[in-house]
Design a protein around this ligand. Structure first.
Ligand code: ARG
Length: 365
């Protein structure tokens, strides 16, 4: 936790930004800061109003240098779940978030903010994403998602039983303070999944699917010096996240050889560019399948155009943008997008989302 004066300085910077952008008067701003100073003096911390929490979460999205989807930062729905105390209450708020964000496929960006870290008391969601596939090691081979190996092992140790399938939805694991973590099966009807098909190729033969909505759940949201260690958020997918990474990376589902076989490509030499051809069709398949299933998704060309529009909009409000070029360029045909030919300042501005230490490393030692 920050020492009192550092916390006040962080709070001040944030509150002044709020006042400026939300059009509060100087008097209102000074009054709020005086209240915060008193609160910090007495309790060593302070509590955000809903307006501050909501605006702070939106700013954290606006400041996420690696995110290409920031044009929509103002539309973020912010659920205040700071009153949730028990593991059951946290799980219930998360299931509501999944339902709201999924919205039968018409995906709505949302965040649920749980109680902030306070004197060592904290809430952690162990999952990297609320919905993700398990990964199991069997005879030196991986079944499922290799990215989930460690977390899956943690779930099994906690008593969860996996089916050892390629697409098993992992349970939700919640830890409150130093209590033992609790796991909850996510209600089946809340999980939207999309089987892969293709406009002309027989992708059904691959028997591959992906879940409809990414809910990142392991980052800490920092607003005005306050750390929200459990604040899962979601947007909609960009197709390359699934088609060029999750399903294509050699260290993930590694599907390019199977797609190339389906396409009857010559895989005997790198120079036939079979990987590139397979990659494009895999991405076509992801876009096609999501559209068919009525699930929101954006292609990387449109997302790149929207990012440029975001930059223009910000400049109109006399704000400069920050960004991480290495993450903003899409992994497919990067040079066809304007982003590739631009430069970005990668300064980290707060509020923002940050990585935090894995809460289950100890359990696996
Ligand atoms: N890249 C991650 C995945 O493939 C999701 C990260 C967040 N993505 C988003 N579109 N909001 O699962």
């Amino acid at each position: 936790m920050l020492i009192k004066n550092d916390l006040y300085q962080e709070a001040k910077a944030f509150i002044e930004l709020c006042c400026q952008e939300l059009g509060r008067t100087d008097e209102e701003c000074e009054q709020r800061l005086a209240d915060i100073q008193l609160e910090i003096d007495s309790y060593g911390t302070y509590t955000h109003t809903y307006e501050e929490l909501s605006f702070g979460a939106k700013l954290a999205w606006r400041n996420s240098n690696r995110c290409i989807g920031r044009l929509f930062w103002k539309t973020l729905e912010v659920f205040d779940a700071r009153a949730a105390k028990t593991e059951e209450e946290v799980a219930a708020a998360i299931f509501r978030h999944i339902q709201y964000g999924t919205n039968q496929g018409k995906v709505r960006p949302a965040i649920t903010v749980f109680k902030e870290e306070r004197n060592g008391s904290h809430i952690r969601i162990w999952n990297h994403q609320l919905i993700r596939y398990a990964g199991y090691e069997r005879n030196n081979q991986v079944i499922g998602d290799p990215a989930s190996l460690a977390f899956t092992r943690a779930c099994l140790r906690l008593g969860w039983k996996g089916n050892e399938g390629r697409f098993d939805i992992l349970p939700l694991v919640i830890q409150v303070d130093d209590r033992p973590p609790q796991w909850f099966e996510i209600p089946k009807q809340d999980v939207l999944e999309v089987p892969l098909s293709h406009p002309s190729l027989e992708f059904e033969k691959l028997g591959v699917q992906w879940y409809g909505v990414p809910f990142v759940s392991d980052m800490v949201l920092e607003i005005g010096g306050i750390r929200y260690t459990a604040a899962p958020f979601n947007g909609w997918y960009m197709e390359t996240e699934i088609g060029a990474r999750n399903l294509a990376d050699e260290r993930r589902y590694n599907l390019l050889p199977q797609v190339a076989s389906l396409m009857k490509l010559d895989q005997s030499s790198n120079a036939t560019l079979w990987k590139d051809k397979a990659l494009v069709e895999l991405n076509v398949s992801v876009l096609h399948s999501f559209k068919l299933a009525g699930v929101s998704i954006v292609d990387h060309h449109t997302a790149a155009d929207q990012f440029k529009l975001y930059e223009t909009m910000e400049n109109k409000h006399n704000r400069s943008i920050t960004g991480d070029w290495t993450w903003l360029i899409p992994p497919v045909s990067p040079a066809t997008t304007e982003i590739f030919h631009s430069k970005y300042d990668n300064t980290v501005v707060k509020p923002n989302f940050f990585y935090q230490d894995s809460p289950f490393a100890e359990l696996l030692n």
